[in-house]
Design a protein around this ligand. Structure first.
Ligand SMILES: Nc1ncnc2c1ncn2[C@@H]1O[C@H](COP(=O)(O)OP(=O)(O)O)[C@@H](O)[C@H]1O
Ligand SMILES: [Mg+2]
Length: 455
């Protein structure tokens, strides 16, 4: 029996999704932050060298014969060598006048302080980093300002940045993969707790309504608490209804049996035909209602027990031996011979009381609907699967009724004046289904009905 449950997503997937999503976001943040930092550090390195180079040139500035001269020490250029052969540009100004170098390398306006000014410009589309510094020389005709700009392309810098970005990207990816693995592990251990609870509840037998005693995480405690309460209530209700059915059966059958024996005793003493007739009608009505009551209760019992099968190893052959023995007196009244063909042992895991009830109803039908002096055949066979069939030599089922006869309270047109309630086949079919089997109604070639329960 599977209950219909509306499933909305999975906690494990949701948890795993949130955690891996978080890990991905963190990896991206890590990547961006480390890259920015690396860019800053690399830029700082280039700036330091540009500054040193620019200062070493500026240091050589002096006034000779009334003219400003500047030298390029070898070291000032050699220190700018890079693996990527970056190009270097320079410009030297006195005040606003270009003394030497590239005139497009224009002095920034605010360079007149002591501090080096760093800026970025482009040369034919390539980015250039420029360091500019200035110095005031005191000549005979007053102070003169000398400014030096050294610019360098950034190929080496971007190479370094590119390779460090790649390393950081790998680092981020590694971080992401590791945290994803951790996230999946965390998500499945968390949902594992719930799965374990679910399996421990589903694995127990249908009769086991004992409370769940396994320790559970605090978040699941309310659920398990209500489950336990619910099961103990169900347990109580079930045992109450079982008692009620047994009690009801007893309370209805006993007085009916008493009334019947009184009626029969009276019948012995009464001579007048019309009195005998009405007493006979009474006995019949009592039989009918006692049978109907019995079957109603049997049906209630079957419905109840089908949900709570009391399973044990049952040998159908033994069960039928006993059953047929107890029904032989009824058969003898109609001169019916019950023949048994049993493939022993015919064991199955089932509820003996229910199986007996089902088979009694089928044999009872055969004895009831078959005419006197015929044979009833009870057959148990094990191939292709375990099955019991009860066949008789009566008129069989009406073909157009075969589908509907197992319904509740349905009786066939051949019922005549036979006592019955229309529940026998219903009970037999429900028992077969509760045991994972089925009931099939058919008519024999040689005439007569055949009901098969196969498991
Ligand atoms: N062995 C049989 N031979 C012919 N008809 C049968 C046989 N068993 C059952 N039936 C038909 O199926 C109907 C339903 O059977 P059942 O559920 O046992 O109810 P009941 O026996 O109380 O009538 C019967 O009324 C009868 O018409
Ligand atoms: Mg019947």
């Amino acid at each position: 029996m599977t209950a219909d449950v509306i499933v909305s997503g999975s906690l494990r997937n949701r948890l795993a999704f949130i955690l891996t999503g978080g890990a991905a976001l963190l990896a991206v943040i890590l990547y961006v932050a480390v890259r920015l930092l690396a860019a800053q550090v690399a830029q700082q390195g280039q700036d330091n060298i540009l500054n040193a180079s620019m200062s070493s040139v500026l240091d050589t500035a002096l006034i000779r014969d009334g003219r400003v001269t500047v030298d390029f020490p070898y070291s000032s250029l050699s220190m700018l060598n890079t693996a990527a052969d970056d190009r270097v540009f320079y410009a030297i100004y006195e005040g606003e006048n270009l003394l030497s170098g590239y005139d497009w390398l224009i002095l920034p306006r605010d360079v007149l302080s002591e501090r080096t000014h760093f800026g970025t410009t482009t040369f034919r589309g390539d980015p250039l980093r420029v360091a500019t510094g200035s110095r005031v020389l005191i000549g005979s005709d007053g102070p003169r300002t000398v400014s030096v700009s050294i610019a360098q392309t950034q190929d080496a810098l971007s190479d370094t940045l590119y390779s460090s970005s790649r390393s950081v990207a790998f680092l981020g990816l590694g971080f992401f993969l590791m945290s994803s693995a951790l996230a999946l592990w965390a998500a499945s251990t968390t949902s594992g707790q719930m799965r374990r609870l679910a399996t421990s509840v589903t694995r127990r037998g249908p009769q086991d309504l004992s409370p769940v005693t396994k320790p559970v995480p605090s978040e699941m405690a309310p659920l398990v608490g209500s489950l336990n309460t619910f099961m103990s209530r169900l347990d109580h209700t079930l045992s109450q209804s079982e008692d009620f059915i047994a009690e009801a059966a007893h309370r209805i059958r006993t007085p009916l049996a008493t009334v019947r024996s009184h009626a029969e005793a009276t019948l012995q003493r009464v001579d007048r035909t019309e009195n005998r007739k009405s007493l006979q009608a009474m006995v019949r009505a009592i039989d009918e209602s006692s049978r109907a009551a019995g079957q109603l209760l049997d049906h209630a019992m079957v419905t109840f027990r089908a949900e709570n099968l009391e399973v044990s190893e049952v040998d159908l052959a033994d069960l039928l031996d006993e059953l047929v023995l107890s029904m032989t007196p009824v058969a003898e009244m109609k001169d019916i011979t019950i023949t048994m063909t049993l493939d022993r042992p015919a064991t199955l895991q089932g509820d003996a009381i229910l199986l007996q009830n089902a088979l009694r109803n089928l044999i009872d039908n055969a004895l009831k609907y078959a005419p006197a002096e015929t044979d009833v055949i009870v057959r148990v066979s094990k191939s292709p699967s375990l099955s019991v069939s009860i066949s008789d030599g009566g008129q069989g089922f009406a073909v157009d009724e075969i589908e509907t006869l197992p319904g509740r309270f349905v009786r066939g047109k051949n019922m005549g004046n036979k006592v019955g309630s229309g529940l026998g086949l219903t009970i037999a079919q429900e028992v077969a289904i509760a045991h994972g089997g089925k009931m099939t109604l058919s008519n024999r070639k040689e005439g007569g009905a055949c009901v098969t329960l196969s498991f």
